[in-house]
Design a protein around this ligand. Structure first.
Ligand code: C2E
Ligand code: CA
Ligand code: CA
Length: 857
């Protein structure tokens, strides 16, 4: 059987309908086939049953006729083999005996139904006959209507006179003819005569009634003679041969037809069962159709769901591939079942390397919390683990935040699914921020905040005060010039180098921090003895005095330190820091490379300094400052043609203060601008009003070149006072060239353009290189008085002064020698072509009114 094939391109519903239609027609064909076979079998069985039944009927009918003939023969024998009959019918015909006495008379017709009773002579001539119960003599053949007699006599004779019988037809009615010799039998009273025997004949017509009766006796219905014309219509018949005459007589009967009964009983059952099967098939088909429709609907829904699933899976895959997170799934023992593609991108590991291993193998530090979370889980519970560290394939630490959820699978098992967000950057940034908030970015050392915190912690440890430790504030000397000259990167590198040398100077348990700029802090724990602190400080000085090699430059710096002791000086972190700072300030004031322990009066000094600052501010406003002038003697024309203005402060309480006592303070506090403005204004006014023809030089602090637009200020003051710019000179130390040389150079250019001259003050004491002489184009240089003072000490010193004068000339600068106190000095300078001298030998700084413009005696 060919199975129906699903046709592509046809909808599922159509296909199912077609399939079911095909199955239906197959079943219907099968049913029809079975029905036809059953009908055919039924007919065959019916025919077989009928034919068996008919054969049986035929047998019974033959038997019945045979018995009937035998009865006639037997009856004939009784009548023929009888001495009386021999005497009364053979020897002679005794009518009285035969007819009247009813020995062979009417009773044979009435009682036995013999239509014909004949007594024939041995030659066959009728001697006595009773026909239809009437005594009437008639030839046998003429009564039978055919020549039967001869054959009959021959048959009897062949049978030695014993009764014979045969079938014949009388007017198409079958009849049994029976004949026998009339003999005396064994009757001793009769003497048999020799010769032939007379013959007794009984003829019985098998009329329709008699045939029916014979049939009824054997249970065969409607036995009848079938006329020749109807022969072809009959179903059941038997042909009896006519023994004496030729031919046959056909006797038919009504078949019992048991097969028909079978059909009558069975056919309705068969039809009923077929109808039932058809109904069942239809019901079944309907059911199947319905099922199929539901199935189709389910298939459709399933297809839809599958499509949705595919879409959703694709979406999930796309999202999981594009997101920076990697996704994972584990069983309840945290064994990894699945990892998304991103896992390998983020961690650098192969997915296969980790599938089958435990999640806490990747995050060993979180094992305990993972397991705890699983043991306490709620069915739909979610959990999150922030910033879990793991070692990635590069062997460095990365972090991720795990978000996970317990999921009950369709088969009832529970798994954990989650996402891991890489937070390495955030964690590191946070750490960096945390680090930076507590550390100095440049050196990586703890910062001021952290040291304060640490200090507070240390101080809180033991209120009883058994915590002797020292706080050292540390400031690098000569750091600023390094930064200015070699640039910030070198400065930064130097700070890094310094911090590592500092770390080498302390023990573990001690603490180094950077406060900012070139200031550091050191906290020494357990320093009960001053000598221990001194040792550390000495080590620091030694270490930092060793030249540094930074970015290819050899640099030398120094260090100053201020020390505060706990608990001696204070128990407060803030105080300790402040005191160490004050001590540092003191150390810086004194010689370099010194460490100074905080003394109580230091803070008093500091307070004093603050006081002085506000006093100076007031002094500038309230004209407590005044100028003295020191003459500058021109050796070429032996004339004083310039003066240097030097500031003094007439302090209301402390009396007359020299510049050393307040200029540094003014520089530090920024008051120097106001102070300088006052000096410039005063000097210009004085020069204009009281020093006709003289130039006036004013000291300007290098700070002012950075902190203000000096050119603008000078211009404004010149305009305000009306002094010719050519009569104003500015003295500035060579350090001015060190920081922001470009800006400085611009300002100088602007001043020179105005016509103001610029002199290098204290030449030879600063740190500048000689190249600045060309770059900045100073108008003159003032050789520092230390060179003049030491001139008398050695020939070498003399020649240094000579060389400097030559150098100044080489750069076309006027050379002034400061601090000339003796005539020898003056003469030497004069001989060596020095342009100008200044000093007590010429004249001390004095009030303008006392200024003597000629050479002192
Ligand atoms: P300076 O510019 O080198 O001024 C010269 C200093 O040497 C003056 O001291 C002066 O009295 C002193 N001096 C002059 N000749 C001799 C001498 O033959 N022998 C000795 N031993 N000393 C001599 P002064 O007035 O105390 O000034 C000190 C410093 O204060 C000045 O050094 C200058 O740098 C600064 N200064 C003075 N006035 C001002 C000012 O108005 N503004 C600024 N920014 N600084 C000023
Ligand atoms: Ca000066
Ligand atoms: Ca000077």
């Amino acid at each position: 059987m060919n199975l129906p094939v699903l046709t592509p391109g046809v909808s599922d519903t159509e296909q199912t309908k077609r399939l079911i239609g095909n199955v239906f027609s197959y079943i219907v064909s099968l049913l029809v086939g079975i029905f036809i076979i059953a009908i055919i079998s039924l007919l065959v069985i019916r025919n077989n049953v009928n034919s068996i039944s008919d054969k049986h009927d035929e047998f019974l009918l033959k038997k019945a006729l045979d018995i009937h003939q035998e009865n006639i023969r037997s009856h004939l024998k009784d009548n023929a083999e009888w001495g009386d009959a021999y005497k009364n019918l053979h020897e002679k015909i005794n009518l009285n005996w035969a007819w009247d006495k009813q020995n062979l008379g009417k009773s044979l017709y009435d009682n036995f139904g013999y239509e014909g009773v004949f007594v024939l002579s041995p030659e066959g001539i009728t001697r006595y006959s009773v026909l239809d119960g009437n005594l009437r003599l008639q030839d046998l053949d003429s009564w039978l209507g055919k020549s039967t007699r001869e054959n009959l006599l021959k048959e009897v004779s062949n049978n030695n006179g014993m009764p014979v019988s045969a079938l014949t037809l009388i007017d198409s009615v079958p009849a049994i003819v029976s004949a026998a010799w009339i003999t005396a039998d064994n009757d001793s009273s009769v003497i048999a005569r020799p010769g032939k025997f007379s013959i007794m004949v009984f003829i019985e017509k098998l009329t329709a009634e008699k045939l029916l009766a014979i049939g009824d006796d054997s249970g065969i219905k409607n036995v009848r003679v079938l006329p020749d014309a109807m022969r072809s219509q009959a179903e059941n018949f038997v042909d009896f041969p006519l023994n004496i005459n030729k031919g046959v007589v056909r006797i038919a009967w009504e078949s019992e037809n048991p097969g028909q009964a079978l059909i009558i009983y069975f056919l309705p059952l068969l039809i009923l069962s077929v109808v039932l099967m058809a109904c069942m098939t239809i019901v079944l088909m309907r059911h199947i159709m319905q099922k199929a429709r539901i199935n189709d609907e389910h298939t459709f829904l399933l297809d839809q769901a599958r499509l949705k699933l595919i879409t959703s899976e694709k979406r999930f895959r796309d999202v999981s591939e594009t997101t920076s997170d990697w996704l994972w799934e584990t069983d309840l023992s945290l064994k990894i079942i699945w990892l998304s593609e991103r896992f390998s991108t983020v961690t650098g590991f192969d997915n296969s390397e980790w599938t089958g291993r435990y999640l806490h193998e990747l995050f060993p530090s979180r094992k305990a919390s993972f397991l705890e979370c699983i043991s306490q889980r709620e069915a739909s519970g979610q959990f999150a683990f922030k910033n879990c560290p793991y070692i990635n394939s590069q062997q460095s630490t990365s972090y991720c935040t795990l978000l996970a959820k317990f999921v009950v699978q369709p088969d009832g098992t529970v798994v954990i699914r989650g996402a891991a967000t890489d937070v390495t950057i955030e964690v590191e940034a946070t750490k960096r921020v945390q680090f930076l908030s507590r550390h100095d970015e440049l050196t990586g050392l703890p910062n001021r905040y952290q040291i304060k915190e640490f200090l507070a912690g240390e101080l809180n440890k033991d209120e009883a005060g058994h915590y002797p430790f020292s706080m050292i504030c540390l400031d690098l000397d000569k750091f600023k010039p390094v930064n200015d000259v070699f640039g910030h990167s070198t400065g930064d590198a130097l700070l890094g180098e310094v911090s590592s040398r500092l770390k080498g100077c302390i023990r573990s348990g001690d603490f180094v921090a950077r406060q900012g700029g070139d200031e550091f802090m050191i906290l020494l724990a357990n320093t009960s003895q001053i000598s221990q602190i001194d040792d550390v400080c000495q080590r620091i000085v030694n270490e930092l005095n060793r030249p540094f090699s930074v970015n290819g430059n050899d640099v030398t710096i120094g260090v100053s330190m201020g020390i505060a002791l706990a608990p001696k000086d204070s128990n407060s972190a803030n105080d300790l820091l402040r005191f160490a700072d004050i001590a540092l300030y003191q150390a810086k004031q004194s010689d370099r490379n010194k460490w100074v322990y905080y003394q109580q009066d230091m803070s008093e000094k500091l307070t004093e300094r603050r006081k002085m600052e506000s006093e100076l501010r007031a002094a500038i406003k309230e004209d407590q400052l005044y100028l003295v002038y020191q003459p500058r003697f021109n050796l070429k024309n032996s004339k004083v043609d310039a003066v240097e203005a030097l500031v003094r402060w007439q302090h209301p309480e402390r009396g007359n203060l020299m510049p050393d006592q307040f200029i540094p303070l003014a520089e530090e506090t920024g008051l120097i601008i106001n102070l300088s403005n006052w000096v410039l204004h005063k000097a210009c006014t004085d020069a204009l009003e009281k020093l006709p023809g003289l130039s006036v030089s004013v000291n300007i602090s290098p700070v002012e070149f950075q902190a203000s637009d000096l050119a603008e200020r000078v211009k404004a003051i010149l305009q305000a006072t009306g002094l010719a710019p050519a009569r104003l000179e500015i003295e500035v130390t060579e350090n001015v060239t060190l920081s922001e040389p470009e800006k400085t150079s611009q300002i100088m250019k602007a001043l020179k353009q105005m016509g103001v001259r610029i002199l290098i003050d204290d030449f030879g004491t600063g740190y500048a290189s000689l190249s600045y002489l060309r770059k900045f184009q100073f108008d003159g240089l003032k050789l520092d008085k230390s060179f003049i003072f030491s001139m008398g000490d050695s020939q070498q010193n003399l020649s240094v002064v000579e060389k400097i004068i030559d150098l100044g000339k080489a750069y076309s600068m006027e050379v002034t020698a400061e601090g000339v106190e003796t005539a020898e000095q003056l003469n030497f300078l004069k001989n060596n072509k020095c342009d100008e001298v200044q000093g007590y030998f010429i004249g001390k700084p004095v009030a303008i009114s006392e200024l003597s413009l000629s050479l002192a005696d």
